[in-house]
Design a protein around this ligand. Sequence first.
Ligand code: G6P
Length: 475
Amino acid sequence: PNGKSSSGSRQRLVVVSNRVPVPKDGSTKAGGLAIALEGALKESGGLWFGWSGNIVGDASDKPEVVQGGKITFAVVDLTQQDYDEYYAGFANRALWPVCHYRLDLVQLERSDTDGYFRVNRAFAASLARLLQPDDIIWIHDYHFIPLAAELRKLGFNNRIGFFLHIPWPPSDVASALPAYERLLRGLGAYDVVGFHTPLDVENFQQCLVREGIGQPMGPNEYQVDGRRIRVEPFPVGIDTQAFARTAVSGEKNALVRRTKASMGDRDLIIGVDRLDYSKGIKQRIESFSCFLKSSPAFHNRVTYIQITPKSRSDVPEYKRMQHEIAEQAGWTNGNFGEVDWTPIRYVNQTVGHAALAGLYRMSQVGLVTPLRDGMNLVAKEFVAAQPPEDPGVLILSRFAGAAHELNGALLVNPYDTEACAAAITRALQMPLAERQERWITMWERLQTNTVGAWCRQFLSCLADSAAEAEEEPLE
Ligand code: G6P
């Protein structure tokens, strides 16, 4: 899928992401997305480059290289200052909140901005040591927006694509970013810039045009600083069949069986999220409380399991929220719980893939109510895990990218706790025929829009952009 070089041999694919699933003890613990990227990398004997996950006193710019079968993994360390400024600072206290429409949580520090660009320059210099002239480069996510521009400065003319895994907000919101114009121009250094949804694409295009940075050249094509870029939506999917199979076998998983036994004949509502303010967990627990308040008939008849591994705990906004949510879950249990019933089982553990799939399958309701989310693969996995003869109901925020595709879900406004509470009641009472009808449309969609298709589509767009540039060079 990733094109042929002028000599006719298959071009090598290079993937760059902040987290790299370096194999440990001969095996990786990769999720669906990483498995799809690994599939593409294997085809061309590719390279995966990024951060080692280590913070060291003195970071070398020489990457550590690990061979994992046909894939080469190359990683570099960060110093404490790099980590604080680039990752915990600019990426997670400026870019993350702005891209999730949370201007109230933005923290702007000039040193963080400088650190972000400095680390991108250093990553470009490290990667440059490993690059070959024909490599096709695919850079992922908000940590690395300026990376292509830095590589171009070093003289690389390779095809470089960028995919943003988080939302891109409208220009009024995006312009609160420090170094806004520099970031936009940085995105202009790519050949293809991909987003999850048409809304993100529209927002980004609006930014380019309003700032006078991109001149429209045709549908989804802009000229930025003398280069042509394509801006397209590529909604990411999951490995649907494989996940469905995991869910069937997951029923036998020990944790799933113990959970089932502990539930008695109560219905199960499930939520699974990284502990992040964008996920709307606080509002979700409020909605669940509201549901319990308004529907006493369901007391001791349902259990809500919220699986929420801690994330980015060294970022102050995250630490604060972790306390608030724990308090709120405790308050709800104290208020509504009974001696033989805990309404919410709130856990900060990570649960393995197979057990999660099994838990989705035994749930009557999946609660996926982020305040803003690029895509949200939990929504897709929940649907893929359902038994066709008795599928559960997905309650999905209209502000998740997945809402553009999963129209069989009960779509909700996550800020409207009463409406979410009503959706929970409706889901628990939904007749089988309606559940099946809703589920089948989503299942069919997930069959075509798999993560493998997403990968192929992005790479073929990147290869096409190369062919077009050769045919019609810019003046
Ligand atoms: C989101 C981002 C990813 C990130 C992940 C986990 O999904 O789009 O780039 O890796 O969160 O966050 P972390 O900060 O732990 O890498």
